[in-house]
Design a protein around this ligand. Structure first.
Ligand SMILES: NC(=O)c1ccc[n+]([C@@H]2O[C@H](COP(=O)([O-])OP(=O)(O)OC[C@H]3O[C@@H](n4cnc5c(N)ncnc54)[C@H](O)[C@@H]3O)[C@@H](O)[C@H]2O)c1
Length: 296
């Protein structure tokens, strides 16, 4: 379980342990935004689980480091002799609009969120495949359907969603399920959300309709039961799904699918642009669908 020292990850680790799982509490203990490190969060949560009678070991590794991600997987096998469940939750966000994002911001965000999730999956899959059993739960965001700036974060989470779809397909015959949750909860990541939304509204970036439609962030513990379910035997038939979860809500996203197409005889050459300009508004993008719904 990665990023298990704080917020949503801590709640999920406690819930998994309460359900009987032995937990590797991985957390690099970074500051908000991803800088620095500390062994305190991971060790505190591992101790909390042991104090409640559960089994846990701390792992102070960065999932963004390929070899360290391999050590996280190795820790589970060494400590508990097996690996059944992988919950990729570690993540960072830097609140920035596109012009404020520098190369280091982009690299750090993609590394923690996308490369970290990928690397842990990459090292875990051989162990899960060998056992013929596995439950992988990745953590994405609704940011790819309801953006608020933070384009690097949105891009990294879009990658996590695509990775989830891909792995679910690749591992479908191996007893391994792969799903993702797009959680919402009150954590240090979202503590200043109201302030930021007010700023975005003042700058004309966020409409009042969008602000009013936002889901209220509640206790991270409310996210955890869905992850425990997805990690259980009962969810053997659930794979390749992305869930929205937080507060009292559990939702499931539709799977992206092509809804309409137009065709041209390939032997008559490429589409003339003028023809596309004329046809698309009347066919693919008819009924006022030129702009994606999230731009409303
Ligand atoms: N809080 C929300 O409403 C919300 C919404 C959408 C998505 N998420 C996602 O949920 C996950 C948890 O977020 P949170 O709100 O609990 O944030 P958080 O900052 O409280 O917790 C994230 C944890 O991940 C750890 N971490 C970061 N980089 C790491 C790395 N490279 N290696 C190991 N650990 C690392 C941090 O030290 C931290 O303890 C994140 O992936 C986040 O993007 C949260």
């Amino acid at each position: 379980m990665t990023g298990a020292g704080r917020g949503i990850g801590r709640a999920e680790a406690l819930a998994l342990a309460a359900a009987g799982a032995s937990v590797v509490v991985n957390d690099l203990g970074v500051a908000a935004g991803g800088r620095g490190s500390s062994n305190v969060p991971a060790e505190a949560v591992a101790q909390e689980i042991r104090d409640r009678g559960g089994e846990a070991v701390a792992s102070i590794e960065s999932v963004a480091d390929w070899a360290a991600a391999e050590r996280v997987v190795g820790t589970a096998v060494e400590a508990f002799g097996r690996l059944d469940i992988v919950v990729n939750n570690a993540g960072i966000v830097r609140q920035q609009m596109i012009e404020e994002i520098g190369e280091e911001d982009l690299d750090a965000t993609i590394a923690a969120n996308l490369k970290g999730t990928f690397a842990v999956c990459r090292h875990a899959v051989p162990v899960l495949r060998a056992a013929g059993y596995g439950r992988i739960v990745n953590t994405t965001s609704n940011q790819w359907t309801a953006p608020l700036g933070n384009a690097h974060y949105a891009a990294s989470k879009g990658g996590v969603t695509s990775l989830t779809y891909d792995l679910a397909f690749e591992l479908r015959g191996d007893g391994i399920t792969v799903n993702a949750v797009a959680p919402f909860a009150l954590t240090r990541m979202t503590a200043d959300a109201a302030e930021r939304d007010a700023d975005l509204q003042a700058r004309g970036i966020m409409s009042s309709t969008r602000a009013a439609a936002k889901e209220a962030r509640a206790d991270a513990a409310l996210v955890a039961p869905l992850v425990v379910y997805l990690a259980s035997d009962a969810a053997a038939g659930v794979s390749g799904r992305v869930f929205r979860v937080g507060g009292g809500k559990v939702g499931v996203y539709s799977h992206p699918t092509e809804v309409r197409a137009i065709f041209r005889d390939e032997s008559s050459g490429p589409w003339p642009c003028e023809e596309l300009a004329d046809l698309l508004p009347r066919t693919l993008l008819a009924y006022g669908e030129g702009r994606a719904p999230h731009l409303a």
